[in-house]
Write a new protein. Structure first.
Length: 226
């Protein structure tokens, strides 16, 4: 489904040189902090431009050095940031509805909650009682579900997750992992996740890719290159 061969000089001491392909529905890139996992995901999403290389998804070229490049908004991916990136001044319903808007104008809190697509995801992710709450009034799990609903309302081609459970306590992580697994099985949406948590890897890693020092390590026991 996805093929990535990219290089990106990030600083004088760090460069990405990532090459992999995966046919699995769920692909997990794992590794230590600072390995380049988030940078790799951002490049796939179109939020970071590689210096060279190529990215394809389901046979479509997303990026090719010196050739075509699809803007992030046209790649059809839903990107869930590690901090969820909710708008603090918007209600849960408005945050979810924002994914449907093609301008900076957002519907009122009442109108947002009445939109059929918003109602669907409020109900599906058990957020209906929280529709008029602001992000600072939510628990970590509720914020995550709101961000997930905002991502899925766009009917994405694939879901890109950046350390989705790292900010949650261990018990909540387990429950939300199981909920996400069931939701993905129902929707049949491809998943690309980055993590450093072995439990994420065990549950979602149909294809598992170890990233160290900006490079995919084929042998997990191979020492990091400098």
């Amino acid at each position: 489904m996805i093929e990535v061969h990219i290089r990106k000089r990030v600083s004088a001491k760090f460069s990405l040189d990532v090459s992999f392909h995966s046919q699995a529905r769920n692909t997990v890139i794992y590794g230590p902090s600072g390995a380049g996992k988030s940078l790799t995901l951002q490049a796939i999403a179109g939020l970071l431009r590689p210096d060279s290389g190529r990215i394809t998804f389901q046979g479509q070229t997303l990026f090719a050095a010196g050739g075509p490049e699809l803007p992030a908004r046209e790649r059809g991916f839903a990107y869930l940031f590690q901090d969820y990136a909710l708008f603090p001044q918007l209600t849960v319903a408005q945050n979810i509805a924002f994914g449907l808007q093609r301008s900076w104008f957002n519907p009122s809190a009442r109108k947002a909650a009445a939109l059929p697509a918003v109602q669907h995801w409020l109900d599906r992710l058990e957020l209906s009682p929280l529709a008029q709450q602001l992000p600072h009034q939510l628990s970590g799990g509720q914020r995550q579900r709101t961000a997930l609903a905002r991502a899925l309302i766009t009917q994405p081609r694939a879901l890109l997750l950046d350390e989705p459970f790292s900010a949650l306590d261990p018990e909540l992580r387990g429950r939300l992992r199981e909920s996400l697994q069931a939701l993905l099985a129902e929707l049949q949406i491809p998943l690309l996740m980055i993590t450093h948590d072995p439990d994420d890897l065990a549950l979602f890693g149909d294809t598992q890719l170890l990233l160290r020092g900006g490079r995919i390590v084929r042998n997990p026991d191979e020492p990091e290159q400098h």
